[in-house]
Design a protein around this ligand. Structure first.
Ligand code: SAH
Length: 239
């Protein structure tokens, strides 16, 4: 970690978890299986709320590049930023294999926003806020990166007993989908908290959707009512 990121909004232990899992990022049956299954659902939602073709989009906390590639395939000009070295290497290699041009940068949202204010039509920040020390600061940086009239998408995990049961006991202990310790309950974020940070950053909340896992079909779907566990928020920067 360089000096400039030493006091940044980064938890080195969190980055370390993703460094260690990075080589399996594109294995649809590995630790990132839930992200693979979520990916089409969230890419559809983003594209419906804010059409992506021809748009410049930055994905904050892009990891191995699942969302970057899905949106690039739909014609978006993608930049992905992350603080992980191995995840970015995996992302870069995979983009080559997929013959997609994606710009990957190792940086925090805050530092990147300092030099790229208002440069993006849309910003996405999915499954990342629950891994940073100060998520409100990340939300503020995302709001700085987007142009007036552009959209910002967040997704994370709600904080309540059901979310604990599903996301930690279920996914890490029972199903062993994720390594134990992937998620910390106290870092989960209630929709009311995320909405407050979004508004404080000068964005308007447009839509909140639950992302619900059906154990019978083993598929995720969006729900207008059930935001108990995983959820997404679409926000807009006023013109
Ligand atoms: N958004 C991706 C990956 C989610 S995993 C997806 O949904 O498919 C969380 C990612 O956030 C990891 O790649 C991790 O390295 C990254 N991350 C965690 N803290 C970060 C920070 N402070 N700045 C940038 N990236 C961070």
């Amino acid at each position: 970690m360089t000096e400039s990121t030493l006091n940044a909004n980064v938890d080195p232990a969190e980055i370390g978890k993703f460094e260690r899992m990075a080589s399996r990022w594109w294995d649809p049956n590995g630790e990132f299986k839930p992200l693979h299954e979520l990916n089409p659902v969230r890419a559809n939602y983003i594209d419906e709320m804010a059409p992506v073709a021809g748009k410049h989009i930055v994905d904050v906390g892009c990891g191995g590049g699942l969302l970057c590639e899905a949106l690039a395939q739909r014609g978006a000009h993608m930049t992905g930023i992350d603080m992980g070295t191995a995840p970015l290497e995996v992302a870069q290699l995979h983009a080559l294999e997929s013959k997609l041009e994606i710009h990957y940068v190792q940086n925090t949202a805050e530092a990147f926003a300092d030099t790229h204010k208002g440069e993006f039509d849309h910003v996405t920040c999915l499954e990342m806020l629950e891994h940073v020390p100060d998520p409100a600061s990340t939300v503020k940086a995302c709001a700085e990166l987007v142009r007036p009239g552009g959209s910002v998408f967040f997704s994370t995990i709600n904080r309540n007993p059901k979310a604990y049961a599903m996301a930690i006991l279920g996914a890490e202990y029972l199903l062993q989908w994720l390594p134990k310790g992937t998620h910390e309950y106290k870092k989960f974020i209630r929709p009311s908290e995320l909405s407050a940070w979004i508004r404080a950053a000068g964005l308007q909340v447009e839509d909140i959707r639950g992302v619900v896992f059906n154990p019978l079909t083993k598929r995720y779907r969006l729900s207008e009512r059930d935001v108990d566990v995983n959820y997404m928020i679409a926000a807009k920067k006023p013109l």
